[in-house]
Design a protein around this ligand. Sequence first.
Ligand code: ADP
Length: 238
Amino acid sequence: MTSALPSLIVLGPPGVGKGTQAKRLAERLGLEHLSPGQLLRDALASGRPLEDNVRAAMAVGELVPNEIIDRLVQERLEQLGPQRGLVLDGYPRTQQQAETLRGMLARLGRLERRPVVLWLEAPREELMRRLRHRAAQEHRPDDNERAIARRLELHESKAPSLLATLARWTDVARIDASPPADLLTEKILNTLRERAAAGGGATSVGEQPMLAGSSRRPNSGSMSWAAIPVRDELPPAS
Ligand code: ADP
């Protein structure tokens, strides 16, 4: 049955740890990880021809045009095996992308189970600390001061309308992402288990109240998070 395939959407500001958590969740839950940002970086690194405006936009922290990102996501979604659930990482970032995604998931029969949005949040000083650390380790061309400031600003300006749009057709869980990565993964998995136990929409998740509009809904889809096998339990976080 393709109808109850799980979809997780991991969103949040740059530096919050979306990529790390999305990868781990995909591994632990046996889902496909789809990160448009990483796909773009891979394409640029491999020298594949990409429109000049894509490279330019990324370098200064601007969003890549919707039609490019949407096409990339659509291609990947269409390639997914019919039994494969997914973790979307860093997509959608705008109201328009959210609407496009909803259409794509509906057409592919992936909306029967209400997707869960993990909206990761952390104080700005913590984001800056993590981004500086990443800049030293990974040398991403967009981890310079100006591009970071622009990415943060864009995130903040798009967040309210994006959240409002997503809350209409997903369950949004706002999660305090300040704990260290291992602990955060466990916290997110607990959030998913709690939601399953509560029958598809706990009133509170982690330390943050659920967003209005994402509350309990008699939706068979989200029940089955509990049934997803969790692989390779990580050692307890220190
Ligand atoms: P971060 O969230 O830390 O900025 P990502 O790897 O998710 O890192 O994204 C890096 C860059 O890729 C973004 O600054 C943007 O230029 C581009 N990008 C990624 N996802 C999207 C998206 N959904 N829409 C438009 N551009 C995107």
